[in-house]
Structures are given as structure tokens and as C-alpha cells.
Design a protein around this ligand. Sequence first.
Ligand code: CA
Length: 229
Amino acid sequence: MARERILVVEDEEDIQELIRYNLAKEGFQVEIVASGEDALARASASLPNLVLLDLMLPGLDGLEVCKNLKNNPKSAHVPIVMLTAKSEESDIVLGLELGADDYITKPFSPKVLIARVRASLRRKRQEAPPETAVLRLGELVIDPGKHSVTVKGEEIDLTATEFGVLHFLARKPGWVFTRQQIVDNVKGEDYAVTDRSVDVQMVGLRRKLGACGEYIETIRGVGYRFREQ
Ligand code: CA
């Protein structure tokens, strides 16, 4: 199998070297550029398997690069993992909504870097299950056909919106979704779903799920994720 190629877009030399060393050690082919313009030129010349994208770049910034790659049908399927500062929560949210797949906050450990890169590549290879597929996740079973959810075999009574939110997150375990992405994907039949009401839905949902409530993780300042089981 050809080695997977990672395009790293980072302008700080010490971080470039940290990433290069650790990815190469894991067998990845690493290519580094220091500007957004070079990233787009490089990606268009030869598509990488994944892009590690610093958001704070001189010139064309990371969000512009992300938008550009995701809007281009040729590169839209390439996973993008953003490199950000913890304080850039609003940029993380924006990046996810522009189609970035995940993010790593600086400073990060080599272990986290490798784990996130591998997870993004793996998730990209897996297709989301069909809308109608029964999902068995730990002690939770979601049956979209019957509109039923059970926890440890016990039927749970959810509203249509709660069901929609749970099903949306659970179809892609490990992916972080922003509130806006949840709103856009869940049409509330019994309730107008808004950015703010997503939080309210989560409180109710977690309570009803009991032991499985912790499967839904809050990503502070960013959104929610269904934990990989
Ligand atoms: Ca930077």
C-alpha cells in the first residue's frame, strides 16, 4: 500500500519539525508548506490524503484555505484537521461549518497528533451507515425504522427532535458537530430547533438516556460529539 501523504500547512518552524518528525516516524509521507497560497497550489498539483492546517497563517489564512479546498469538488473529500489555539473557539466552529473534519489545539502531544490523524483517515474510509440502519452502540440501540431507542434493552421515550438529534450524532461517532450543524440537520417536528435550544435538547436527551447519557460529549465552546464506543 502506498504511504499516505499528509500536507502540513504551518508557518512556525518548530511546530513544522515536531509534526514532520512524528508523522514520518509513523510511516506517513509528509509535505510541509508555510502559507495558504502554497497549500492551495500544492493540493491542486497533487491531492494529499489529509491536510493538517494551521489557522493562523500569514496572507491567506487557514479558514480561507479550508473554504477553498472544501468548495472545490476535486479536493472536497480530503479530510482537514485544523491546528488551532484553544482561544480560537469561534474559528474552530467556523472551520467545522466550512467542512473541516476535526481540530487539534496547540500545544499538542505527538500522541494526540497521531491519534487524530489516524482517526480522521479511518473515519473518512468508513461510509456513514444508511439513514434506516439499526445502530448498536454500546448499550444503546437506535432503530430509525421503528423510531425506537433502547438502553440496556429498555425502551426510551424520546420526542421527535430528541430522536433526530441523537440519530444525527450517533451515525457518525467521533465527529464533532457544531450547534448550527445540528440545527441544519435536524428538522424539529415538535419544536423549533435553534442554536440555543440544542443545549436544552441535550439536557433532556442525556437525562432520558440514563447510563448512556455520557455517550454524548459536550465539546466546550464548539459543540457536541457522540463518543466512539
Ligand atoms: Ca501560525
